[in-house]
Design a protein around this ligand. Structure first.
Ligand code: G3P
Ligand code: MG
Length: 243
């Protein structure tokens, strides 16, 4: 299924303006006029799906160590705002449920990126999508489910076959086209720094919309749109929306 895609997707909310992957960041994205937000989901040790990018807590919170080694109760105690700016003190690492609930309230479309800690590719997709399927109403545009992990996308295909999948590529493997077919990708999500006009044309030739991350300058977004990129993920979506 081809999802309805806006030109600009708020990356981790609006990560240039508020602490990434926090409720404050998703509220900020909505305030800026963004229609869709992207965020990263992984599991705590006790299998609670939470929204955080890194495998470890160190960069974005006042905690440390792998997310996969901490239970949700401990993760929840951490401050996920203060390191970004003092006025965000008290922001927490949100659960997937909380982010989806807020997105519904704010009328935001969502891109759930399954970002498993190593070795938890299948489990993360299974638990996160079971939670999302339970919560997300059938009459709202289905979430775009993306991942760099093929195993996660295959599991997503099995348990949420009707939700579109985005095949995320960092360094493109020789078998990228076969991978895109195997996971039933609706979109191909690429790094704008790694690709060229030629490779973008190859992706487009498969008939799939191409989305590019992470594009924070309007001029670069315009170049990519001119190359046929359908949409960009941006930490500063306001800059791109101003185009
Ligand atoms: O989904 C687009 C982008 O978020 C992928 O890279 O590392 O920012 O999650 P990353
Ligand atoms: Mg991401």
């Amino acid at each position: 299924m081809t999802p309805t895609l806006p030109r600009v997707i708020g990356h981790r909310g609006a990560a240039a303006h508020a602490p990434e992957n926090t409720l404050a960041s998703f509220r900020k994205a909505a305030q800026l006029g963004v229609q869709m937000v992207e965020f990263d989901v992984k599991l705590t040790r006790n299998r609670v799906p939470v929204v955080i990018h890194d495998d470890t807590l160190d960069r974005t919170t006042d905690g440390s160590g792998p997310v996969a080694n901490s239970d949700f109760a401990a993760v929840r105690m951490l401050d996920a705002g203060r390191k970004f700016a003092p006025e965000f003190r008290g922001e927490r690492i949100p659960t997937l449920d909380e982010v989806l609930t807020l997105a519904l309230e704010l009328n935001l479309a969502v891109n759930i990126e399954i970002k498993p800690c190593p070795g938890r590719e299948v489990e993360t997709a299974e638990v996160a999508l079971a939670a999302a399927l339970k919560l997300w109403p059938a009459d709202r545009p289905a979430p775009l489910v993306s991942s760099f992990a093929i195993e996660s996308l295959l599991k997503a295909r099995e348990i949420a076959p009707d939700w579109p999948r985005g095949y995320l590529i960092w360094e493109r493997p020789a078998v990228w086209a076969a991978n895109a077919d195997a996971v039933g990708a609706a979109t191909i999500n690429i790094s704008h720094e790694k690709e060229t006009a030629e490779t973008i044309a190859e992706y487009r030739a498969t008939g799939r919309p191409v989305l590019a991350y992470t594009v924070n300058e309007a001029e670069r977004a315009k170049q990519l749109f001119d190359l046929g990129v359908a949409g960009v993920f941006s930490d500063a979506p306001d800059r791109i929306l101003a185009l």
